[in-house]
Design a protein around this ligand. Structure first.
Ligand SMILES: [Zn+2]
Length: 148
């Protein structure tokens, strides 16, 4: 963990959600999926919310998503040079409603926009791999960019 990494609260990893928090170790964004009706399920649930089926399997999503909405955090909750930074809700291309609250990374704040095509990248903290999202368009990627 480098000194530049922003503070993150580590989730409590359980048997039920380990596929989600540790899939990044293999570069995979994983969700439960109903084996009966093929619905992707997030957050994890013991039953499919669509058909109430219990036959749930772990599957890897593409990691491609679109920014649905975003905001900038201006509050320096913890000491960091990284303010303001974007917090977004992204929707995975696999399914309408398959959404994650996440951080957008590797881009200038001025390029953050609703509808922006993004792809997953993982940031490891201890035994957790946080799914973050960067622009799908390489021309917009700014690795290590200073906030605009
Ligand atoms: Zn189902």
């Amino acid at each position: 963990m480098s000194a530049e990494q922003p503070f993150r609260v580590l989730p409590r990893v359980t048997e039920e959600n380990a596929h989600f928090w540790r899939g990044g170790e293999q570069g995979q964004l994983q969700f439960l999926r109903c084996s009966a009706c093929r619905t992707w399920i997030h957050p994890t649930s013991p039953r499919c919310p669509e058909c109430l089926g219990k036959g749930l399997v772990v599957e890897s999503a593409s990691g491609r998503a679109t920014v649905l909405t975003y905001t900038f955090n201006h509050q320096p909750w913890v000491p960091s040079a990284d303010h303001p930074y974007p917090i977004a809700i992204v929707e995975l291309e696999e399914q309408t409603g398959l959404r994650l609250m996440t951080n957008l990374v590797n881009l200038s704040n001025e390029d953050v926009a609703i509808g922006l095509a993004v792809r997953v990248v993982f940031e490891q903290r201890e035994d957790v791999w946080f799914p973050l999202f960067e622009p799908a368009d390489a021309a917009l990627r700014r690795v290590g960019a200073d906030p605009a």
